[in-house]
Design a protein around this ligand. Structure first.
Ligand SMILES: *[C@@H]1O[C@H](CO)[C@@H](O)[C@H](O)[C@H]1NC(C)=O
Ligand SMILES: *[C@@H]1O[C@H](CO)[C@@H](O)[C@H](O)[C@H]1NC(C)=O
Length: 470
């Protein structure tokens, strides 16, 4: 069931894998999944996958495509279905999605795909991915609202929750969305009838709280993994100032964690990521190293594996100034023989800053990495690096500025913070620049900041920084 997510949605989203391995492969996987989990769960799973794929589609549009896919599977997985039943149906659905009044969710780039024919069209549709900003997390509805909606929608309540939750958690295994839905619907069923019982809600919410915290942690990390370039570099710096460990240890941790995310975040079944996180926790909370760690860290490690990860995630980070970056711009950075040259450089820069969220940190480190990498393929590496030195210094200085700004943001009231940021802004451009900084701080200083949005906002601030020569 490894690639079910990709294969399930093969009509609109047929992946390269399916094209490689042939039509029957897609069908067999879909049918096997259907037999394993049954038609109701299958439908829910398909709804999650499409809501994640099309977070800006309406409930009706997402439901419509999920319906068609479920019907197709139901019809073509029967023992007496004709061998080309599935493939023909899938082609019909992909044609329908290119139609003028398609009832399916619309992707902004769908037109391009629809000019193609046959398998190419399906492949193109498959590769469409939303790059738009994350939707904000679901606001916790009040108990009254939950009960009103539950009464109003009856059996349809669960599927609406699936849609809302999935489109706001695009990068986690679909199974977790179903778990969250199950808990939520159970709460509504128990606590709304015959009258609203607030103590019941309280109890249920208490029971769910550790799962909720875990999901927030997972969603945040998976979202970073899916959307950020150079995420591993950002993570190394993060572990460096969270745990005060060396580059080597931080790299081991970040590689382990990141490769687990890479392997499992987009898998529909939760088992993969659960296994990876449990194994990561063993490395993180390694007995033989525990003694050297802080009391708080040790306390976290005594909890259950998942709780200890979220507990560690909440620990306060500290800036670390390892030995100075004496001659950072030597051509050593590019040497193949020293594969960690550039990684170590990025780590030493990143680990100095403890108030910058991962999306922001990673975006800036990625900039630095690109600048250095370009030089590494230049004819005269040293000359190139020397030429880029001031640019690199400026980008590095930007990190300190973001760090300070976030510290101020956490310290001050919002109004006072805004006044401070705009104080010296003279002229139109300076005002816009100050505004970009305020937006970056208010949206992206928090540790669990949205990856895509904060990447964009960081780039915006870099742009102003480059223009004005500050
Ligand atoms: C999710 O739901 C499945 C099926 O009901 C259950 O076996 C599993 O333990 C749940 N996982 C979590 C993390 O609650
Ligand atoms: C714990 O650390 C020791 C010593 O560095 C190492 O040999 C061992 O493999 C580590 N265990 C885990 C689970 O990472």
């Amino acid at each position: 069931m490894r690639n079910t997510a990709l294969i399930l949605i093969s009509a609109i989203i047929i992946p390269a894998l399916v094209a490689d391995k042939g039509k029957n492969y897609a069908k067999e996987n879909v049918c096997q999944e259907l037999r394993t989990i049954g038609i109701d769960k299958f439908r829910e799973m398909v709804t999650v996958l499409y809501s994640q794929k099309f977070p800006y589609g309406t409930f009706e549009e997402v439901n419509c495509v999920a319906d068609e896919m479920t019907k197709l599977a139901e019809k073509c997985c029967k023992d007496d279905a004709s061998p080309d039943c599935y493939d023909k149906g899938a082609t019909e659905i992909s044609e329908k999605s290119c139609g003028k009044d398609s009832p399916f969710p619309k992707h902004p780039d769908i037109e391009q795909c629809c000019t193609l024919q046959g398998p190419e069209r399906k492949l193109c549709l498959a590769s469409l991915r939303y790059t738009s900003d994350e939707l904000p997390s679901l606001l916790e509805p009040t108990n009254e609202e939950i009960c009103t909606q539950h009464r109003e929608h009856g059996n349809g309540y669960a599927v609406r929750y699936v849609y809302e939750f999935a489109r706001r958690h695009r990068s986690i295994p679909a199974g977790f969305v179903l778990n969250a839905t199950q808990y939520h619907v159970r709460m509504a069923e128990r606590c709304c009838h015959p009258a609203i019982k607030n103590t019941c809600f309280l109890q249920e919410k208490l029971q769910q709280s550790s799962f909720k915290i875990f999901l927030r942690f997972l969603s945040n990390n998976c979202n970073n993994q899916v959307n950020l370039k150079s995420y591993r570099s950002g993570l190394s710096a993060y572990y460096g100032n969270l745990l005060g460990v060396s580059f080597e240890e931080a790299s081991t941790l970040s590689s382990h964690f990141q490769s687990g995310l890479e392997k499992c975040c987009l898998q529909p079944q939760p088992a993969c990521i659960m296994e990876e996180l449990a194994s990561f926790q063993k490395v993180l909370c390694n007995e033989s190293k525990l003694e050297a760690m802080s009391k708080e860290f040790q306390r976290c490690c005594r909890k259950s594996p998942l709780d200890s990860l979220t507990c560690v995630d909440d620990l306060k980070r500290q800036p670390h100034h390892f030995k100075d970056l004496t001659n950072p711009l030597s051509s050593q950075l590019c040497k193949e023989a020293q594969p960690h040259g550039l990684d170590r450089y990025l780590f030493l820069i990143g680990v100095r800053h403890a108030s910058i969220s991962l999306p922001v940190m990673t975006t800036v480190l990625d900039r630095i990495k690109n600048t250095v990498t370009v030089c590494c393929s230049a004819a005269d590496v040293t000359a190139c690096l020397t030429e880029k030195e001031s640019k690199l210094k400026k980008t590095t200085a930007l990190l300190s500025k973001i760090d300070d700004t976030c510290l101020q943001y956490f310290k001050l009231e919002l109004a006072a913070f805004k006044t401070m940021m705009q104080r010296e802004a003279q002229g139109e451009r300076a005002k816009m620049r100050a505004q970009a900084w305020v937006e970056l701080a208010t949206s992206c200083c928090f540790q669990h900041s949205p990856a895509q949005l904060c990447q964009k906002m960081t780039e915006e601030v870099i742009k102003y920084d480059n223009d004005t020569g500050v």
